[in-house]
Design a protein around this ligand. Sequence first.
Ligand code: TYM
Length: 316
Amino acid sequence: MNKKVFLSGVQPSGKPHIGNYFGAMKQFVDLQNEHDGYVFIADYHALHSLRNPKEMNENIKNILLDYLAIGIDPKKVTFFKQSDISEHTELTWIFDTITTMPFLMRAHAYKDAEAKNKEIDVGTFNYPVLMAADILLYSPDVVPVGADQKQHVEIARDIAEKFNSTYGETFKLPNSKIMKDMAIVLGTDGRKMSKSYGNTIPLFAEYEEIKKCVMSIVTDSSGGIPQNVFAIHRLFRPEAELNKIYKEKSGKYKDLKEMLVEDMEKFIAPLRERRKEFAKDIPKALAILKAGSEKAKKVASKKMEEVREKIGVQVY
Ligand code: TYM
């Protein structure tokens, strides 16, 4: 029986945080045993926010180590880098020609930028189309992501339908896969954990950094249960246990935060150690990524041949 296929990516736009992990990255590890998987570093997507080449280069190497450390197994998953596969940008152009501006203007990211009166570059506007190409080239059944990416997967579906109805059945329609309890992991200020809000807890934080982040969690003094602490704590200890503990220690915010620090350290320390091991041999890690890109390239170029055939540019 053919295995189902999953695909997802993470931008190398800085250190991954526990929101990225519980919302998306953990799912990749959980899915890799029963699915064929594609996991990639979305470096071209990161260009819209990261224009320092040295930092980009470092971030790509860092996220590579991060993925290996969380347990992505390159024997089970095709693990690659977006910019190695030129078919992603090629297909984006073809999709651009069948996608209307009003349709893309409905995307949340565009609307947010517009509401903030930001000067919006074409890349940011077109971001969902590149994402549609990322996804559709590999015919995944499911795309594991956090809730903030749900609309992007729906846009990919819509673009696939538009292409299929214009040129004939070519692309499989993907579905997002969102963890019910982890759809939006909250940050230290109670808003969605996000690099742009500065409210993150890095996934590979050292003990002192964990402590600093946890102590900075905003608590309101009205009730006995600090909701923002609880919201993060539930990622590391079953809620049933926490309910009891938080009731017993009602109002004792410092004690509860100290307990969260220890629970997080227990979880993060082994990941940090694994990462240090992989970091000892960067050339080996890079070779894994390169081999993955070579594998992905074969799949993507086969799909592009089919697309070129369908749109009528294939004459030789
Ligand atoms: P990125 O790099 O912003 O985030 C990576 C993944 O982490 C999830 N995530 C969260 N989940 C729960 N709670 C949070 N607070 C939280 N913050 C982030 C995101 O939903 C995402 O799944 N556009 C994508 C990268 C991408 C992609 C793709 C993903 C490019 N092409 C194709 C899937 C398929 C992004 O910016 O993710």
